[in-house]
Every structure is written in C-alpha cells, then in structure tokens.
Ligand binder design. Structure first.
Ligand SMILES: C[S@@+](CC[C@H](N)C(=O)[O-])C[C@H]1O[C@@H](n2cnc3c(N)ncnc32)[C@H](O)[C@@H]1O
Length: 214
C-alpha cells in the first residue's frame, strides 16, 4: 500500500490486548484464550491501517474481530487505533494471512471473512504473490461456518474478475451476490481506508459477497 508516514504511536499505549505476532498465538487455536470469551468471530485479511476493524468492532461488540496484516508497522498502527478506543473485541495479528489460515484456524470457526483491496501486484511476474490464490480460498471455505460470508472488494477490475473466477472454480461458495454502494455520511464513513481513497478519487469499487451453504 502507499507508504506515507504513519502517525506516531505513544510509547505509553498498551497494545497487549490488540496486537499479537502470529508465532505468539496459541497452538492449537484457542479463541477463549485469545479474546477472553467465546463469541462469533470474523477475520479481515490485510488489515492495513485498520479502519474496518475499528469501525466494525465498535459497532458490533458481541463479535470478535481478528485482523491479519503482514506489514508489522501497519499491524501496530491498526492495533494502536483499537487500543486508544479501548476495543477489546478486536485483535491484529502481525503475520501472513495464508499461514494464519493454514496453520491455525480450525474448520467452521469464522462467521465472515473480509478481504478489502488486496495488493494487486501489477507486474505479470509478481501476480503469484497475490493473497487471493487457490490455497487462501480453499481455507476460507473450510474455516467459514455454514451461512458464513466472504466479502471481496477491490478497485482493480481485472483482479475482481480473476478473483471471482478463482472462487467459482476452487470453492462451492454461493455467489457472487450484489453489494450496493452506500453513500458516505461522514468523512471516515467508508469500509476501509482504500475504499475512501478510491471513492474520493472518483474511481469505481468492485464488490462481491459469497456465502457458504447452510
Ligand atoms: C492495498 S492494502 C489494503 C488495506 C485495507 N484492507 C484497506 O482496504 O484499506 C493491502 C494490505 O494487505 C496487506 N497484505 C498483503 N499480503 C498479505 C498477507 N499475505 N497477509 C496479510 N496481509 C497482507 C498489505 O501489507 C497491505 O497492508
């Protein structure tokens, strides 16, 4: 993502409830140990600066939100925004989303998976670095509970169609279902920072939702 300077994090801020390295998570996975309770859990892949995580965690305190972000300084930044708001139902995991899904998360543990504006890796020889790939969609299907949903939004039309083809080919998820654009009521009233940036530049956002059969 765009590498602008990030706001400095106060050294007094306690991130212990909102930030964990992948290697620090319990194996086998133990949601009660991670969040201190058992509740419906949703995963965001590629949290970035964390707008989705903090908005969703504040709006739905009955749900636990797990964000996974491979860039450590973005993971810290997103976690700091949660800590400043005292949100204990959201945790940023610093690490690779594919590893989190492959190595840790058990079958049917997620009510939803959110994948917003994954890096497009434009150059042909770099495209295999894209996070939306066979292994990821297979694990998304495995970890979703029946009735659970996958939300995939991007500003890259080619990535959108490649993603939809991949999901149709590799999974039995139902969809894509249409997702309508909601008008923004305030400056930060967007799903993510990248959605905000894309829409403020007047560019289209491609959105799809899939569901696992009940
Ligand atoms: C273009 S940014 C979008 C951030 C955010 N979702 C948004 O919409 O504002 C993509 C993010 O995915 C992260 N990312 C890329 N590959 C990843 C992976 N394998 N696991 C976790 N995060 C990843 C990047 O570091 C970056 O922060």
């Amino acid at each position: 993502m765009g590498r602008r300077a990030l706001r400095k994090i106060e050294s007094s801020l306690d991130l212990s409830r909102n930030l964990r390295r992948l290697e620090e998570l319990p194996r086998p996975w133990d949601q009660a140990a991670v969040f201190g309770r058992l509740a419906a859990m949703e995963l965001e892949v590629g949290t970035g600066k964390g707008l989705f995580l903090r908005t969703a965690a504040a709006a739905r305190p009955d749900v636990d939100f797990l964000g996974v972000e491979i860039a450590p300084r973005y993971a810290r930044f997103a976690a700091a925004n949660l800590a400043r708001r005292g949100l204990t139902n959201a945790l940023v995991v610093a690490g690779d989303a594919v590893r989190l899904l492959e190595e840790l998360l058990p079958a049917t543990c997620l009510a939803a998976v959110h994948l917003y504006f994954p890096d497009p890796w434009w150059k042909r020889r770099h495209k295999r670095r894209r996070v939306l790939r066979e292994s990821l969609v297979g694990h998304v299907e495995r970890t979703l509970q029946p009735g659970g949903s996958l939300h995939f939004w991007t500003d890259v039309e080619e990535y959108y169609h490649t993603g939809l083809d991949l999901i149709a080919r590799e999974t039995r998820l139902e969809g894509p279902f249409e997702v309508l654009e909601a008008p923004a009521q305030a400056d930060m009233d967007y799903r993510t920072h990248f959605e905000r940036r894309t829409r403020l530049h007047g560019r289209p956002v491609y959105r799809a939702e899939f569901r696992k059969a009940t």
